[in-house]
Write a protein that binds this ligand. Structure first.
Ligand SMILES: *Cc1c(COP(=O)(O)O)cnc(C)c1O
Length: 377
């Protein structure tokens, strides 16, 4: 493909810092660069406690362990999302309750959450789709009234805000991803934000295989012991070194991505005005962080033809997600349910190429191909 969907972006010091990590002679995790990343995130956004993980998925698995979810519990998850939001809890034997998206954008519908709350609802895992905030005041109020925990899947939401608060700082727990398709990358990588103090001490223990090794590294104890459940959730120093270089350039990465996003928006707005397709919508309390740009076509057939037409012109556009409530694994164990908005996004949404080094001329080619598909020029 001449214009791929994604290209990993090296912002400057990635290779230099990996070399430095190697020269420091400590390649495993929880070292110099891991601390640098933690400190960066805490001072930039005011987070109280963060822990780098091997992936967004493993941060979600940590969240699931931390809330001590089990077979007597239900967790509400948006159906239109990545499989890890369901898997992380299903792995603990939790009953997954899928909720629908809203009409305005693919984010979970608060109305639909309300309908699915039962006395067994332990948590709601919400996803800020495309870095566009869910209505957090409403969700946090609902959680307080009904006594459940809110986990923010902020995998796509680095450097995005709800009112003036950074996403990932509002729920008791939040997870980020640094997978190579995200804004800030380390190949595979992720982070857990532990906003509720009650979980902080235990989070360090789960992170280090169920031991108090972190306390030992701080010199608080002499030898570490097995204290709790846990796993190897922490990334190596080489990964953290790469990630720290990205963190240092976060503002410039974000500027580049947001400029591309805005340019798509301006150039494709006419399609929405002419009723051909819909552009992303975001409420006034949300910002956009240049994570992904999507269009919503009128139906599945048209969406698929548009993807084919772009592919024919060597432009890689893709769709996601297949609605989780319709997935083979879920259907094997549960009766059929209908979530019309999630199904609509799964059928009609298309994502356009968006990466830091996408050139203006390339972006113009994408825009031109879409407009000619809709016979707008
Ligand atoms: C990317 C992503 C994840 C998973 O992140 P990994 O780092 O790939 O495990 C989870 N949820 C959402 C919404 C994502 O976009």
């Amino acid at each position: 493909m001449k214009i791929p969907f994604n290209k990993p972006y090296l912002s400057g010091n990635e290779l230099k810092y990996i070399r430095k990590a190697v020269e420091l002679g400590k390649l495993s995790g929880n070292g110099f660069f891991t601390n640098k990343c933690h400190e960066f995130f805490k001072t930039t956004y005011g987070f109280d406690k963060v822990l780098l993980t091997n992936s967004g998925t493993s941060a979600l698995e940590m969240a699931s362990l931390l809330i001590q979810a089990g077979p007597d519990d239900e967790v509400i998850v948006p159906s239109f999302s990545f499989v890890s939001d369901a898997n992380a809890f299903a792995l603990r034997g939790v009953r997954i309750v899928f909720a629908d998206s809203g009409l305005e954008n693919p984010n979970i519908s608060v109305e639909d959450i309300r309908k699915r709350i039962t006395p067994r609802t332990k948590a709601v895992c919400i996803v800020h789709y495309g870095g566009i905030a869910c209505p957090m005041d409403e969700i946090m109020n609902l959680a307080e009234m009904n006594g459940f925990i809110v986990i923010e899947d902020a995998a796509q939401a680095v450097d995005a805000y709800y009112k003036d608060k950074p996403l990932g700082s509002l729920g008791q727990l939040a997870t980020f991803s640094f997978h190579e398709t995200k804004n800030i990358i380390s190949g595979e990588g992720g982070m857990l934000a532990v906003n509720d103090r009650r979980y902080q001490e235990r989070s360090e223990i789960l992170w280090e295989k169920g031991t108090n090794r972190t306390a030992m590294l701080r010199g608080e104890i002499e030898k570490y012991e097995w204290l709790d459940l846990g796993s190897s959730f922490l990334p190596s120093e080489m990964t953290a070194a790469f990630l720290f270089a990205q963190f240092e350039n976060l503002k410039s990465i974000q500027r580049k991505r947001v400029a591309i996003w805005n340019r798509y928006y301006d150039k494709l707005k006419c399609l929405e005005e002419e009723g051909r397709c819909e552009l992303p919508k975001f409420p006034e309390y949300a910002t956009q962080n240049g994570h992904l740009f999507y269009l919503i076509c009128r139906n599945r057939e048209e969406r698929n033809r548009l993807i084919e037409e772009l592919n024919r012109r060597s432009i890689c556009a893709i769709f996601h997600y297949l609605a989780l409530h319709q997935s083979p694994f879920y259907r094997k164990h549960h009766p059929e349910i209908k979530l019309p908005n999630a199904e609509r996004y799964a059928s009609c949404l298309i994502r356009l190429p968006l990466y830091c080094t996408l050139k203006k001329e390339e972006q113009d080619e994408v825009v031109k191909a879409i407009k000619s598909f809709y016979r707008m020029q």
